[in-house]
Design a protein around this ligand. Structure first.
Ligand code: VGL
Ligand code: ZN
Length: 194
């Protein structure tokens, strides 16, 4: 279990049906098995007075993020669909930041990127953390090699000390070993991955 205090925030990334439920369209193998570990992190954070914030991948029906529209992913997390809802076992107690809503790729909870123009935009996450004088973040959820990785790299870029408890995340592993490579990359960038 990770240690929490009021200057730490827990960021729960994309624990949504399409990633975490075996019936989901972009199911991450073992996604549902992290729910216990994620909920324990949430309880520990809440008990210590730490801020808990959630992200949700939230796409329009057509976006260059999807294979049918020229991207690489099956249709997933279409806004207001079952797949975009939080997994029913997730303890939700805090604000949620939605990303990808305008058709951009929304891998990081902090920023989105237009896949056609490359233009980057910020979500409200950094502002939520700054308002609370957060200096350290713990990042859990799905998927380790995409949205968790991108969120951790942006958190480090924001100057935040960043930790990832591996029991509370899983990788898509589009290519075998992607999860292990993500861990190496995050460590090299300065994250504590334990
Ligand atoms: C994600 C692929 C596409 C994620 C989101 O949450 O890791 N992966 N969209
Ligand atoms: Zn997505």
């Amino acid at each position: 279990m990770t240690a929490y205090d009021p200057r730490t925030a827990l960021i729960v990334v994309d624990v949504q049906n399409d990633f975490a439920d075996p019936e989901g369209s972009l199911y991450v193998a073992g996604g549902e098995t992290i729910l216990g570990a994620v909920n324990r992190e949430i309880a520990a954070a809440r008990d210590a007075g730490a801020f808990v914030v959630y992200t949700q991948d939230w796409h329009p029906e057509s976006t260059p993020h999807f294979a049918k529209d020229g991207g690489i992913w099956p249709v997933h997390c279409v806004g207001d669909s079952w797949g975009a809802e939080f997994h029913r076992e997730l303890d939700v107690d805090g604000p949620s930041v939605k990303k990808g809503t305008g058709g951009e790729d929304g891998y990081s909870g902090f920023s989105t990127r237009d896949p056609e123009t490359g233009e980057q935009s910020k979500t409200g996450l950094a502002a939520l953390l700054r308002e609370r004088d957060i200096e350290r973040v713990v990042v859990v959820g799905l998927a380790l090699d995409y949205c968790v990785k991108a969120t951790v790299l942006d958190a480090l870029g924001e100057g935040l000390s960043t930790e990832v408890p591996t029991s509370a995340t899983r990788a898509v592993d589009l290519e075998p070993g992607d999860g292990e490579r993500a861990i190496e990359e995050l460590r090299a960038a300065g994250a504590l991955v334990a």
